[in-house]
Design a protein around this ligand. Structure first.
Ligand code: PLP
Length: 376
């Protein structure tokens, strides 16, 4: 071992980082416990797998993998531009939307900047901020007993916190890990009041799952609000999490800045064609939404019946108050071959985040919780 402490050579922000904690992979759990037949309800993946159209499209290009991908993503951008009624110059493609979120921070955050985000927001926002040597401005979430948005974004408080050092404001809608959503009226009013030179990032990773009447599609407001950036992903409803592809929609100047720092081949050839094909797979998205709605209703009812407190969710997951430290439940579920997600790192040690699975998976989770409860 070297006697040099390389940690100390790293940027201060990097030294202090707590790395992102992903859901445990099935293979890892099974290796550790020597079990099989486990299910993973931990990473908000689509239980139906990938869009079949995407799979067919990928198979058709495997012969071309010796070549670099199209660095500009021309075809996919054409398709996205038509879908969102924007120009291709308003699109930035990412290796997952995570990639565009990091690009936004790299492009716009200075060490003195303090991007505004909510308590219990997606972990990547504070991580990327710290990696850039800056500190996030974290605004208290609404209380757990709030009537409509428990633990949700307090947009009024966020607005009050915005100043010239903000530069970026992150709003995930629906929000992960909470599942809360902000309404069209509330978001519009927020955008109208934010200073025009502060950039508002609306992360719509779960947009396909939101069903309520007053849920906004912020991509329709890009003309009206030049400081608005909307991010989307193929990882969630489209079922392409393993492929890594997402994008940002913004005004052309912001897109230009992002594209300057974007790695030239950040989206691979398979992902480009798969994303393009997936966009046309309306049937798959429809089935995905229906299965999610049924599963979310079932799980929320069953979890309540078991004495837990599931929060309202607009996504494909539910955050559940277990009424005590969730560690014990998490560990017992793992032994039963059910992987859910602890959210201690978000400051929510009494909660589990559970992804909505197939009917069979949801039932297996409920049965496992019931038998754990009955044994103890
Ligand atoms: C999953 C998720 C993303 C994106 O993931 P990618 O796979 O990188 O596209 C972005 N934001 C939120 C809130 C998420 O939960």
């Amino acid at each position: 071992m070297s006697t040099i402490d390389f940690t100390r050579l790293a940027m201060p922000g990097v030294q202090q980082l707590q790395p992102y904690q992903p859901g445990k992979p099935i293979s890892e759990l099974e290796r550790e416990l020597g079990i099989s037949n486990s299910i993973k309800l931990a990473s908000n993946e689509n239980p139906l797998g990938a869009s079949p159209r995407a799979l067919t499209a990928m198979a058709s290009v495997v012969g071309e993998l010796g070549l670099y991908p199209d660095a500009s993503g021309y075809q996919l951008k054409q398709k996205l531009a038509a879908r969102h009624n924007v120009k291709p110059q308003q699109i930035t493609l990412g290796n997952g939307s995570n990639d565009v979120l990091v690009m936004l921070v790299e492009a716009f955050i200075c060490p003195k900047c303090q991007p505004v985000m909510s308590q219990y927001c997606f972990a990547v926002y504070p991580l990327a901020t710290q990696a850039a040597g800056a500190k996030p401005m974290i605004i208290d979430a609404l209380p757990a007993d709030h009537p409509t948005m428990p633990l949700g974004h307090d947009l009024e408080a966020m607005l009050t916190a915005v100043d010239e050092y903000t530069r970026l404001i992150f709003i995930a809608n629906p929000n992960n890990p909470v599942g809360s959503q902000v309404s069209a009226d509330a978001l519009r009013s927020f955008l109208q009041q934010v200073p025009e030179d502060q950039i508002v990032v609306v992360d719509e990773a779960y947009t396909e799952y939101a069903t309520s009447e007053d849920y906004p599609d912020a991509s329709q407001w890009l003309e009206e609000f030049p400081n608005l950036v909307v991010t989307r992903t193929f990882s969630k409803a489209y079922g392409l999490a393993g492929l890594r592809v997402g994008y940002a929609l913004s005004n052309p100047q912001i897109a230009d800045m992002l594209n300057r720092i974007r790695q030239p081949f950040n989206v691979n050839s398979l992902a480009l064609v798969a994303a393009e094909a997936a966009l046309d797979d309306h049937d798959f998205i429809q089935r995905t939404r229906e299965m999610n709605q049924t599963g979310l209703a079932y799980l929320s009812a069953e979890l309540s019946a078991l004495g837990f407190k599931p929060l309202p969710s607009a996504g494909n997951f539910v955050l559940v108050d277990m009424g005590e430290p969730a560690k014990r439940w998490d560990e017992a579920l793992l032994r039963a071959g059910v992987i859910t997600r602890r959210v201690d790192n978000y400051g929510l040690p009494n909660y589990l985040r559970i992804t909505i699975g197939t009917a069979e998976q949801n039932q297996r989770l409920v049965d496992a919780l019931r038998s754990i409860r009955d044994v103890n």
